[in-house]
Design a protein around this ligand. Sequence first.
Ligand SMILES: CC(C)(COP(=O)(O)OP(=O)(O)OC[C@H]1O[C@@H](n2cnc3c(N)ncnc32)[C@H](O)[C@@H]1OP(=O)(O)O)[C@@H](O)C(=O)NCCC(=O)NCCS
Length: 395
Amino acid sequence: MPDVRPLAADEVRAAHTLFRAALHRGPMSADQWAFSGRSFEPGRTLGAFVDGRMVGTALAWSSDLVVPGGATLPMAAVTRVGVRTDFRRRGVLRALMREQVDDVAERGEVFAGLHATEPVIYGRFGYGVGTRALRVAARGARLLPSVPTGGAVRVVDPGFPGLPGIYDRARRSRVGSIARPPEWWVNYERAWGVNENLVVAVHSGDDGDDGFVAWRPSETADPTDTTTLAVEDFVAATPAVAYALWEFLLGIDLVSCVRAFMRPLDESLTVAVPDPRTVSIEDVVDDLWLRLVDVPAALGARVYGDADPVVVEVADPFRPGNDGCYRITPDKAERCDDAPAVSVGVEVLAMLYFGAWSWSSLAEAGRVTVDDPAALAHLDRLFALERPAFCGTYF
Ligand SMILES: CC(C)(COP(=O)(O)OP(=O)(O)OC[C@H]1O[C@@H](n2cnc3c(N)ncnc32)[C@H](O)[C@@H]1OP(=O)(O)O)[C@@H](O)C(=O)NCCC(=O)NCCS
């Protein structure tokens, strides 16, 4: 069993090198590290040690999450998880996850969230796909003149200091969005500082700057093709700002394809162009993997739709304090001793929390144990959202 402990400041570079090796990447250069060394929140990078040697690592940033109804609750943003190739399948990750989720709970964080490199790993630790996103590619597309856009777009340095403020204002209206900690923004500072060919354009409207996109141009091997713009970050306060940024991207010369890796499920670029075949929805990808660390607090913080009350049983083998029955009504959700109508694992509850799936569809797939089939329609209405949740921040 490895020993797991928070790393001191002078140990995080070794942890980062270990993490990069787990993803088959080499160590960072001194120039890159001059920036990335600042992307670690003190006390939140864990190391797992066997015989005094670091064999695994995982970190968290302090963040928060907008839940249905608009409340913002503390969340740990988990990332940079890696185990040495020669120490795998011996419980190192399990030991890191154990320590981390206990720490998250002690800090009073209601949720943990991550983006999974390998989807099969995190369900056993209570994570489920909380939000989904579209991967969109546009080739030769132009917006219809009737699409509401407006405002002006200008290219800025990736180090432009206004980006965090634009993000903070824009994200408030979207359930599922997270706070980007200062350590996250170091990505932009590094891209600017070591010239990683990240291009950023900011949109401004009547109330000032209200959106931006960041992309990397990649040349293709095909000489008849030109360039693909890989859009890594796309932030817009309103749909009209998003379409204005799309209009800008689609108008850039010498570009064969604009590919955005994460767009909200309710963005309808396909119907905003004259020829819908110029826009491909290439994939529906998992966006934020959610872990309800404090189930009573998470269920109690969100609003619910109008339907009959339902009692749900939750099982959380990795954090048994969450086990039990919860009565969910249009007004509140709280623990109870009543018999449940349905039972779920906490990782399935994470998939239902933001309505990424309906209770009925997960019951059909065998992910919900149903004692009272009539409860499913009520749960579908209780958990339904007007707009799909969307995180849209990769970490
Ligand atoms: C993924 C990774 C962190 C797992 O670490 P590990 O120490 O080998 O995992 P553990 O031994 O603690 O395994 C925990 C459980 O996950 C399972 N598991 C681990 N990696 C798995 C994989 N790649 N595929 C399927 N199952 C896996 C184990 O079988 C074990 O299952 P159990 O709960 O039934 O016993 C490690 O393989 C790694 O560093 N991979 C490359 C980097 C990476 O993918 N990082 C994740 C970034 S999100």
